[in-house]
Design a protein around this ligand. Structure first.
Ligand SMILES: [Zn+2]
Length: 475
């Protein structure tokens, strides 16, 4: 993610709604534990205790939604293919919309919504540990009226819709095990006006027009985190190409002024070239397609949606590098817990500086030294532990800027060749998986053949500017 403006926009919304969820009597993080017959309402991430669900492992989502611009209503049927990690008499999913029916293996199941964010399902018979079952959920509601975790993530006008956000987006439009540690493949079908295009992740499979309505099907072949799933519906200029065997799909909103549309299209066309540049440094591109989408809605941030990042207006080249860099750092290798966010944002931000260095711009080490000098006396800048920034500051500026400084300092400390060998080892060994900061440090020490705990402490967690030493990568 990269904020371009209006970072506080959704944070100011109705606290009353958020408190109603928080006070509703569900367990806190400390008590979200798995017992043998009940899947827990949360996966155990202290940042957002109700996110994800204990006891289930979703393998595939088959999402079918229909959106009505006139009423703002979304109706959907999603089938989840999921494995039980323990015997389950009941289990939870995350969904903010009202539910009308649930079935498990085709048999109607009892369900309840103890709070708006949680759907509790009680199948007719216990799902045995390691069984893989299909769970179908039918639902409808107005996502634009719903706030969760202080976020109102649904962005829609009477002509265009964009569901793209982080850390939460899925529960506004499909039931999910909404945590990056449970990734799955997806089929996504979107029905809307035949005058509009529906854009999502992966490969465009089919578009079928039925009178005034059209249904577009997308397929995601590699595991994806739930927040990365994209739903965009609007009138777009679309271009589809294939370069080096990799399909690219780019879309630009026709609601943008003509000059911005052509600038956006010109920049989005560079996505496959930048993807190829990144692949030469980070290893083979992990996914089945690339591209991007520029919305006409006031999103205020860009997001790295898997295979198809979204941008608020024509992106500059560094922003393209940032969001496409996330395809390796964040999308292929995803955070295990939200506190590991440095592994996403520090590396995507560093890649922007590395792009500049290799394209007649400032060397990244010079940027590091200058930034370190400029902020040396700014105590607030160093106070945040960016290895555990807390839910409220997970996208704090320090996570990005100090995060990128730490990556460049590591590069300088262990040497360029060892550094790129480390990054390739990380993206290769954990491809389509997850990782934490501790895992990265362990791998870095192994590849660089030296202890680095003092280095990581100085750059990520110590509440002061790292000393100008060779050990800190500043000499
Ligand atoms: Zn980012």
């Amino acid at each position: 993610m990269s904020r371009t403006c209006g970072a506080g926009r959704v944070r100011a919304l109705s606290l009353a709604v958020v408190c109603a969820v928080a006070l509703s009597g569900l367990p806190s993080a400390a008590t979200v534990a798995l017992d043998t017959t009940t899947g827990a309402p949360g996966i155990g991430d202290p940042y957002w205790p109700l996110d994800g669900n204990g006891g289930i492992d979703v393998r595939h989502y088959d999402v079918a939604v229909d959106y009505d611009f006139a009423t703002g209503e979304l109706s959907g049927t999603t089938t989840l293919t999921m494995a039980a990690r323990t015997d389950l008499a009941t289990f939870h999913l995350d969904l903010l919309l009202p539910v009308t029916a649930v079935s498990v293996e085709g048999v109607p199941a009892a369900f309840a919504k103890p709070v708006e964010h949680e759907l509790r399902v009680t199948p007719a018979t216990v799902v045995a540990r390691d069984d893989v079952v299909e769970v179908e959920v039918t639902y409808a509601g107005r996502p634009g009226s719903i706030v969760y975790a202080d976020e109102l993530n649904w962005l829609a006008s009477d002509r265009e819709l964009l569901a793209a956000n982080e850390p939460h987006m899925a529960p506004w439009w499909y039931p999910a095990n909404d945590h990056p540690s449970d990734k799955a493949t997806f089929d996504i079908a979107v029905t809307g006006p035949a005058t509009h295009q529906a854009v999502s992740n992966g490969l465009l499979v089919n578009r079928r027009v039925d009178g005034a309505r059209a249904t577009t099907q997308w397929r995601v072949l590699r595991p994806m985190t739930t927040y990365n799933a994209l739903l965009a519906l609007g009138r777009y200029d679309v271009e589809q190409t294939t370069r080096g065997g990799l399909p690219s799909y780019v879309a630009v909103s026709r609601d943008l002024p003509a000059f911005e549309r052509s600038a956006a299209l010109r920049q989005l066309r560079r996505s496959d070239e930048i993807t190829a540049w990144l692949a030469r440094r980070l290893g083979p591109y992990p996914f089945e397609s690339t591209g991007g989408l520029v919305t006409g809605l006031p999103a205020g941030f860009a997001l790295e949606n898997q295979t198809r990042p979204t941008y608020p207006g024509a992106p500059d080249t560094e922003l393209l590098v940032h969001e496409l860099g996330h395809q390796w750092f964040g999308n292929s290798v995803s955070v295990r817990r939200w506190r590991d966010i440095w592994l996403n944002e520090g590396f995507a931000q560093f890649l922007q500086h590395y792009w500049l260095e290799t394209h007649r711009g400032q060397p990244a080490q010079q940027w590091l030294r200058k930034t370190h000098r400029a902020f040396a006396a700014t105590r607030g800048f160093w106070r945040l532990d960016i290895a555990d920034p807390g839910a409220a500051r997970v996208f704090d500026n320090a996570v990005y800027v100090r995060g990128a400084m730490a990556v460049q300092a590591l590069r300088h400390r262990i040497g360029d060749r060892t550094f790129w060998r480390l990054l390739r080892a990380w993206t290769d060994r954990r491809r389509h998986g997850t990782g934490g900061i501790g895992d990265f440090r362990t791998l870095a020490e192994r590849v660089a053949r030296q202890p680095l705990d003092g280095f990581f402490r100085a750059w990520l967690s110590a509440p002061r500017a790292p000393a100008v030493t060779r050990r800190n990568g500043l000499r």
